[in-house]
Design a protein around this ligand. Sequence first.
Ligand SMILES: Cc1cc2nc3c(=O)[nH]c(=O)nc-3n(C[C@H](O)[C@H](O)[C@H](O)COP(=O)(O)OP(=O)(O)OC[C@H]3O[C@@H](n4cnc5c(N)ncnc54)[C@H](O)[C@@H]3O)c2cc1C
Length: 433
Amino acid sequence: MAPEGIRLLGRQRDGWRRPSRYSAFGLVRHGLGRAEWPRAWQEHDLSSGYDVVIVGGGVHGLATAYYLAANHGITNVAVIDKGYIGGGGSGRNTAIIRSNYLTPEGVRFYDRSVKLYESLSADLNFNVMFSQRGHLTLAHNDGSLRTMRWRAEVNKLEGIDSEVIGPEDIKRLVPFMDVSTDTRYPILGALYHPPGGIIRHDAVVWGYARGADARGVHIHQNTELVGIETVGDRVVGALTNRGRIATPVIVNCTAGWATLVADMVGVRLPIVTHPLQAAVTEPVKPFLGPVVVSGTLHVYVSQTDRGELVFGASTDPYPSYSMRGSLDFTEELAGHVLELMPSIAQLRVLRQWAGLCDITPDFSPVMGVTPVGGFFVDVGWGTYGFKAGPVAGEAMAELLATGTTPENIAGFDLARFAEGRLVGEKGAAAVGH
Ligand SMILES: Cc1cc2nc3c(=O)[nH]c(=O)nc-3n(C[C@H](O)[C@H](O)[C@H](O)COP(=O)(O)OP(=O)(O)OC[C@H]3O[C@@H](n4cnc5c(N)ncnc54)[C@H](O)[C@@H]3O)c2cc1C
C-alpha cells in the first residue's frame, strides 16, 4: 500500500491545491526535519448559527459533512461530537468491508459503498489502506449452506462477485483451517466474496475529517448535544454544552446513542443498544489471506497489515451502554477460534475492547426524514455500519441538499416499521458484520 499512498499524495484530482508538504518530496523532507506536522483539521469557535448541524463525529457524520461540501457546495456545516472524532464505533470496529448481503436493496446499497471505498484514497488524497483480500462465510450445517446459496444467487443477479465453494477450495485459500470431517462443527462449504476485505478505520475517519475541514466544515470535538429547540414541529436550534446554535437542520449520526438524541424531539426509534466486543493478538508473519467468518461458531478473524489477528463475535446478549470488555467473551472467543485454527493456540491476546451497536428489528439501518421537520436520522447501523459510511454519507448529503430521498435509501425509511415493510438482513448482517 505504501508506494500507492505516496503516488496518490502528489495527485490533483479535484482541483484543490495541496500545500507542497503533501508532495512526495515534501513528505520526505518533512519526515527528516524537525518541523511539526500540520494539523489535519482546525479548531474553531462555535458559531452562533450553521445551515446544518451533524451530531456524531464517526464515519457517518463526517462522510455526510464531506459529501455536503464536496458534492453540493454546502459548507456552513458543523459536526459536533461529545468526545473525540472516531471515539464511537468508527474507531472500535473490526473494519470488514463487503457487499454480499441477502436482499437486493442491501446488496445494491453496500456495493455502492465498496465502489466508493475503492477510490477513497484518491478522492481524499489520504491512504485509507483498503485491502480487498476476500471474505469467506463458513457453513457448518445444511441450513446455513442453503442461506449461502441464496445469498450467492441474489449477489450474482446484482452483479456482485460471490459464490459458494467447497472444503477443498477453502483449504486452498486458508491452509491453516481445519476442514476435516471429525470436528465438532465440520465445514460443509463457504460463501466466497473476493471484493470483500478490511480497511484502516481511523484513516477513513481522519481522511473524511481532513477533506471536510479543507472545504470549510467546522469540526467541534468535546461538544455534546444536550437538547433540541423546536418551534411547532420544526427544528430551530441545537443546545450544546458550549452554547446554543441556531440551525434549521440536525442530523442524528450517533449510532449507539441514537435513541437518546431522538428522544430530545420525541421521535421514537425501534432501536436497542447492545455492546459488541473484539480482541487483537500480538503480530505474527502474514499467514491468513481472506477474512473468515463463522456464524455458527459466533466468531470471525482477519489478519491486519501489521500481522495482528483481529477477532470478533456477536453482540453481548443484553442491552447496555457499557464499553468494557469481559472475561466471558475472551474465553468463548478463544475456544471457537481454536476449533477453526488449532495451530494458533500459542498466540497471545494483546487487547480487547467494546463499542456500542444500535440494533434494529430487521438488521437494516434507519435513514432519512422523521415526523419532526429538519430532524434527520442516519442510524440503526448495528454491527455492520462502518462499511456503509461512504454510501450513507453520499445519500444523506443528497437528501439534505435536494430535499428528495435518493432511491438507494428509500427502503430504509423510519415509516417501514409501522407499515410492515422490513428489509430483513439478519441472515447476512449478524456475526458477519
Ligand atoms: C467491536 C465492533 C466491531 C465492528 N465491526 C464492524 C465491521 O467489521 N464492519 C462494519 O461495517 N461495521 C462494524 N461495526 C459497526 C460499526 O462500527 C458502526 O456501525 C459504525 O462505526 C457506526 O458509525 P457512526 O458514524 O454511525 O457512529 P459512531 O462511530 O459510533 O459515532 C457516533 C458518535 O456520536 C457521538 N455522540 C453520541 N451522542 C452524542 C451527543 N449527544 N452529542 C454529541 N455527540 C454525540 C459519540 O461520541 C460518537 O463519536 C463494529 C462495531 C463494533 C463495536
